[in-house]
Write a protein that binds this ligand. Structure first.
Ligand SMILES: *Cc1c(COP(=O)(O)O)cnc(C)c1O
Length: 376
């Protein structure tokens, strides 16, 4: 059996090695390392794939979120509503801009922001909602967009984990996650579903004015070369990453299908186990399984993590500390929050290896080990 990894980017690379190597060499020959045709072509192709009018490439997913908040004109003291059960980047950029993150609960099944409690968190200072499509499952965008519209709030989707997810509205309209709110943000961190060979990110919008603002902010607030209208930052996707991503984009749907197939295998293996809750899949979205995350009931989660590690099986706790309990947010009153669902999930989740290169032998080995521990 091949060694087990949380994600196997090396085997994935070997399958497209010839194409990737040629594309990287071509960038080297061209010496056009920043910007230029390769980056523009990738942005165009990504826009086509998403059905998004504008794609602004940037340096990473964290920058994408920061640039989004800057482009919307959010000011110090403004509030953005976001889950605490998320990766830190989502809320860190708000804090960096002196915007106050307001943490709300997530839905127990989808792990995404709970629209039921979202509305109660709105105050006169609220400017935006930042839903995170955690693990590859979409947040309830239909409800979130309705709330945003009612209260005149912006929506910034953190789509770093769900690129390619098709979200279906009740009227039958289908949109990719990341193209539903005012702005969508994604990351091309190597382990993400569309991963670069280094850092990368992108911002999506259908709004022409916002697109112009986003581009300007990502490029030193520059309206034309050496004319700087607003304070921005320097956030670029380099040409080598764009060349690689453009090739991988052609395989994205196939990569998603491979992840879903692996998820189906685990689902079958754990069916009927009362202590194991397999990932919920809302029918209105196409879960892209950035992570395959189990919820354990009346079982020793940390014990399982160790048991698997002893057998050479990696597993991860995403995330061991929710944002509101991070030291970083003491100054924002983080410790005063009461988020029992978030705390409950934090103690029970465990993510198993899932990626495009898992084979059945590997999955069988992983599933058997989980079942062995659970039924000890
Ligand atoms: C990965 C990730 C980010 C940040 O992306 P980087 O490219 O690492 O900066 C933001 N939000 C979520 C939910 C992520 O998973």
């Amino acid at each position: 059996m091949r060694p087990l990894q949380m994600v196997d980017t090396k085997t994935q690379y070997h399958k497209i090695k010839n194409e990737v190597d040629a594309a990287v060499l071509a960038v080297m020959e061209s010496s056009q390392f920043i910007g230029g045709k390769v980056v523009n072509d990738f942005a165009t192709n990504l826009g086509k794939y998403h059905g998004s009018k504008h794609v602004i490439p940037c340096a990473n997913g964290t920058d994408a979120l920061q640039i989004a908040m800057m482009a919307l004109g959010l000011q110090p003291g403004d509030e953005v509503i976001t889950p605490s059960f998320t990766y830190i980047a989502t809320v860190e950029v708000a804090a960096l801009l002196h915007i106050k993150p307001i943490f709300v609960e997530v839905d127990k099944r989808t792990f995404c922001i709970d629209p039921e409690v979202l509305e109660n968190a709105i105050t006169p200072k609220t400017k935006a909602i930042v839903p995170v499509h955690l693990y590859g499952h979409a947040a309830n965008m239909e409800a979130i967009m309705a709330i945003a519209k009612k209260h005149n709030l912006f929506v910034i989707e953190d789509n770093a984990q769900a690129i390619g997810n098709d979200y279906r509205f009740s009227d039958g309209t289908v949109k990719k996650t990341g193209t539903i709110g005012d702005i969508g943000c994604t990351s091309f961190y190597p382990s993400k579903n569309l991963g670069a060979f280094g850092d990368g990110g992108a911002i999506f919008t259908d709004n022409d004015d916002l697109a112009q603002q986003l581009r300007m902010i990502a490029s030193h607030g520059q309206s034309k070369r050496y004319y700087h209208d607003v304070v921005g930052c320097n956030s670029r996707l380099d040409a080598m990453q764009a060349a690689i991503l453009d090739i991988k984009l052609r395989h994205l749907d196939e990569y998603i299908a491979a992840r879903q197939k692996a998820a189906d295998f685990y689902d079958r293996a754990f069916a009927g186990q009362s202590k194991i809750e397999t990932p919920y899949r809302d029918l209105n979205n196409n879960h892209v399984f950035h992570q395959y995350t189990l919820l354990l009931h009346d079982a020793d989660r940390d014990g399982l993590h160790k048991f698997l590690a002893d057998k050479g099986i990696p597993s991860m706790i995403y995330y061991p500390v929710p944002a509101h309990r991070q030291k970083m947010f003491d100054a924002f009153g983080g410790s005063s929050y009461h988020l029992p669902v978030t705390d409950w999930l934090t103690e029970r989740v465990i993510s198993l290896p899932i990626h495009t290169e898992l084979d059945e032998e590997q999955q069988q080995f992983i599933a058997s080990a989980v079942l062995e521990f659970i039924n000890l």
